[in-house]
Design a protein around this ligand. Structure first.
Ligand SMILES: Nc1ncnc2c1ncn2[C@@H]1O[C@H](COP(=O)(O)OP(=O)(O)OP(=O)(O)O)[C@@H](O)[C@H]1O
Length: 235
C-alpha cells in the first residue's frame, strides 16, 4: 500500500496545567491517504485546529507521534519543521492574510520567489480564475476573490498538501462553494492532498473521507462513496 500522507498515534495536546488545563487533543490516531480530500468536522473547541497545526508543523503535541510520509514530524527540530512547511505545505486560513500594499500578482510572487519549483504567479492566478485581476489590490477584491488569491499563493509553490482551516468561514455560501470548487479542481488536476477543517457540515459532500471530531478525539471516519462536485453543495 502507498505510504499515507499523514499518520498519527496517540496525539495529545494540553494547554496549561492543573485544574485549569485544557485537553485539546485526548489521544488521536489517524492515517490520511495521499491524494484525498479529507474534511474534518466537529464543534467549536473540539480540537480540529490543534490537530491541523500539529500536522502542519506549527505546533507540537504534548505526547504521541506524527509522521508526514516516512518523516516523523514529532522528532524534527524547529529548523526541520520550517523546511518541511516550506517544501511541502500550503496553508489557507479563514482570514486571507494578504499584504494590502501589494497587488494580487505581487502577493503570489512573495511565495514564488522563494519556492523550489513554483508555477508562475500568472499560472497560479489562472488556476483560481483570477488572471484578469492580477493587478488589483486586496481592497479592490471581494472576500471570495481575496480568498482565491490566498489559495493561488498557497498552491503556487506546488505543495504536496493543502491544509485549510475554515477556508469558507468568512464567505457567503455562493462564494464559499466557488472557493471549495477551486480546492477540488486542484486536487483533481495536481493530485494535491487537501485537508479541510470546517464547521460547515455540508462540505463533507465533496470529501473522499470525512472525520468527525468531538471533545479532542476522533469519533468516526467515513469514506464517502457518493463524492459530489463542490458546486452542488447546499448549505
Ligand atoms: N493557545 C491556547 N491556549 C490555551 N487553550 C487553547 C489554545 N489553543 C486552543 N486552546 C483550547 O483548546 C481547545 C481546542 O481548540 P481548537 O482551536 O483546536 O478547536 P477547534 O475545534 O478548531 O475550534 P473552532 O472550530 O472554534 O476553531 C479549545 O478549548 C481551545 O480553547
Amino acid at each position: 500500500m502507498a505510504t499515507p500522507a499523514y499518520r498519527a498515534e496517540g496525539l495529545t495536546r494540553t494547554y496549561g496545567e492543573g485544574a485549569s488545563a485544557v485537553h485539546a487533543l485526548r489521544g488521536v490516531d489517524l492515517s490520511l491517504p495521499t491524494g484525498e480530500i479529507v474534511v474534518l468536522l466537529g464543534p467549536s473547541g473540539s480540537g480540529k485546529s490543534t490537530l491541523l497545526n500539529i500536522l502542519g508543523g506549527l505546533d507540537r503535541p504534548s505526547s504521541g507521534r506524527a509522521w508526514f510520509r516516512d518523516a516523523e514530524l514529532t522528532a524534527m527540530t524547529d529548523r526541520q519543521l520550517t523546511r518541511y512547511r516550506r517544501d511541502h505545505l500550503g496553508f489557507i486560513f479563514q482570514f486571507y492574510n494578504l499584504m494590502p500594499s501589494l497587488t494580487a500578482e505581487e502577493n503570489v510572487e512573495l511565495v514564488t520567489e522563494i519556492a523550489r519549483d513554483p508555477m508562475t504567479p500568472s499560472e497560479a492566478l489562472e488556476l483560481v480564475g483570477l488572471e484578469k485581476r492580477r493587478g488589483h489590490f486586496p481592497s479592490q477584491l471581494s472576500g471570495g476573490e481575496q480568498q482565491r488569491v490566498a489559495i493561488a499563493r498557497a498552491v503556487a509553490k506546488q505543495p504536496d498538501v493543502l491544509l485549510c482551516d475554515e477556508p469558507t468561514g468568512a464567505l457567503d455560501s455562493t462564494t464559499g462553494r466557488e472557493v471549495l470548487g477551486v480546492l477540488q479542481h486542484l486536487n483533481e488536476t495536481l493530485g494535491t492532498t487537501v485537508l479541510i477543517v470546517t464547521h460547515a457540515a455540508a462540505t463533507a459532500a465533496m470529501a473522499d473521507r470525512v472525520i468527525r471530531f468531538a471533545d479532542g478525539a476522533i469519533r468516526t471516519v467515513d469514506r464517502n462513496p457518493g463524492k459530489r462536485p463542490a458546486r452542488e453543495i447546499e448549505w
